[in-house]
Design a protein around this ligand. Structure first.
Ligand code: ADP
Length: 497
């Protein structure tokens, strides 16, 4: 067996990546698929198209690498989280389009749940804040809006799954209806303390338990793929939600280790060990990847606009032609000359949670140039991440020794250095920044003995560069105070409707 295959099923594309025993990439194939926006605030995917593109890239990557299914030790799945599929058990056909995590159609239902006083009990059971983001209200919507769905669900005719379950079902020709525990923890139906589906929550949402997949560890033998799909039966050894897979791919397997992904937005996760930590700073408690029999937990905080601020400089302001250009432009000035940019274009996420905040640029003078704006945009990304990092330190009661980074914008050295400076935490960028797919590969490879233990995979993870904090504490405090002032100007800008 030469390789492990990761299925990286994302929001806009399906990818398949082959990793060899050293964790090096042997092949990649990728296909985009269609986004459906039937109404403002609604986002749907055709689950059939997700499966077809995923299978196609699996076949393509093997052909490109000149390998066959017999060369694959196992497949690991990582996926866009919270996206909800309901299908007919008899035919395997979805009864509606998948409702994507970004979809806001159930926001008013969530308002009603909050008004009815469910916030505390839902948080205590699930570790989540009630939001349209998670699966429970999306399932409810499908059961309410597809004819006969509720009665068919009650008769046991329908199955629910996140994308991992949907792929496992299709890979096994409907023999396996399972989900991994990290994906299950994003449904708002899992009790994170027991890692079991919660009867009270199922009752609250009117969801029959016959719809639910079996909850399994992230690294275990889920089954084997049907022979005719890839040309031989391949073991299915791992599954995890994308952010949890990245945490594992970054080797953050010990208490207190954290990673931050700099993409369109930012996702920071910190491993908090074998017991869930409930947040007082508006972070989420979520299940992290553990090996069989050993649950692990994480705190999670997300920033809505990070790399998207750079996209705005490129597409909205047109002061750069490509995202990477922002670094040279920002580096052409020694500092932002007192300019602060709060990129709250879509409100503020953790730990502020202000949906009425809007973007602000303050401190502009006659001397301000596009270079200062570029610098202020990068710093605005880093300040937001620093606020999440502080919340993690407070909630976990642990100092943060280092922050491991990945995602498109982690290639930006100036941003990474400023991140280290402003948080006073060393920032570590690994050589392989495909950490999500690597995490899924690790999970699957460990389940089948391709890698023997986490000690072996920690030897695979390699540092590309360490950014040590260099700014004086006085300056850090002064800059962060000014950032807080700027946040105050951006907060609650939009009148509440
Ligand atoms: P996603 O998975 O959310 O699509 P990626 O990890 O592919 O995101 O990263 C793309 C994001 O990173 C874009 O928002 C882009 O503006 C930003 N980005 C890419 N390269 C750089 C760079 N060198 N400096 C700053 N931002 C960058």
């Amino acid at each position: 067996m030469q390789v492990v295959m990761a299925f990286d099923q994302g929001t806009t594309s399906s990818r398949a990546i082959l990793f060899d025993h050293k964790g090096s990439i042997v092949g990649i194939a990728q296909q985009e698929f269609k986004q459906h926006y039937p109404q403002p605030g609604w986002v749907e995917h055709d689950a059939g198209e997700i499966w077809q593109t995923q299978l196609a890239v699996g076949r393509e990557v093997l052909a490109k690498a000149g390998l066959t299914a017999d060369d694959i030790a196992a497949i690991g799945i990582t996926n866009q989280r919270e996206t909800t599929v309901v299908w007919d058990r008899a035919t395997g056909e979805p009864i509606a389009n998948a409702i994507v995590w970004q979809d806001r159609r159930t926001a008013s239902y969530c308002d009603k749940l909050r008004e009815a006083g469910h916030t505390g009990s839902v948080q205590a059971k699930t570790g989540l804040l009630i939001d349209a983001y998670f699966c429970a209200t999306k399932i409810r919507w499908i059961l309410d809006n597809v004819s006969d769905a509720q009665s068919r669900a009650e008769k046991g005719e329908l199955a629910f799954g996140t994308i991992d379950s949907w792929l496992l079902w299709n890979l096994t020709g409907g023999r396996v209806h399972a989900t991994d525990v990290t994906n299950a923890s994003r449904t708002m139906l899992l009790n994170v303390n027991t890692c079991q589906w919660d009867g009270d929550l199922l009752e609250l949402f009117g969801i029959p338990d016959s719809m639910l997949p079996e909850v399994l560890p992230s690294s275990c033998l889920y089954g084997e793929s049907d022979i005719d799909l890839l040309g031989a039966a391949v073991k299915l050894g791992g599954a995890a939600g994308d952010q949890q897979a990245a945490l594992f791919g970054q080797n953050c397997t010990e208490h207190g280790m954290a990673k931050n992904t700099y993409g369109t937005g930012c996702f920071m996760l910190m491993n908090v060990g074998g017991e869930p930590v409930s947040s007082k700073c508006k972070l989420l408690t979520t299940v992290a990847c553990g090996l069989e029999g050993a649950n692990q937990y994480a705190l999670e905080g997300s920033v809505f606009i990070a790399g998207a601020a750079v996209q705005w400089l490129r597409d909205g302001m047109q002061i750069i032609d490509s995202a990477p250009e922002v670094e040279a432009l920002a580096a052409s000035v020694p500092d932002s000359d007192g300019v602060y940019m709060v990129p709250a274009f879509a409100g503020l996420g953790a730990p502020h949670w202000d949906s009425y905040a809007r973007g602000a640029i303050v401190g502009i003078t006659r001397g301000t140039t596009r270079a200062h704006l570029a610098r202020a945009a990068l710093e605005g990304i880093a300040f937001q991440v620093a606020d999440v990092l502080d919340a993690m330190k407070t909630d976990s009661g642990m100092p943060m020794k280092e922050l491991r980074v990945d995602g498109g914008a982690s290639a930006n050295d100036l941003l990474m250095q400023f991140q280290a400076d402003i948080t006073q935490v060393p920032v570590i960028r690994p050589k392989v920044i495909e950490t999500t797919a690597l995490g899924a590969a690790f999970l699957a490879g460990l389940a089948v003995g391709f890698w023997t233990d986490t000690g072996e995979i920690s030897g695979i993870w390699q540092t590309d560069r360490v950014f040590e904090p260099m700014m004086s504490l006085d300056e850090v405090n002064q800059r962060r105070n000014r950032w807080n002032d700027a946040l105050g100007r951006a907060g609650h800008w939009e009148p509440a409707s």
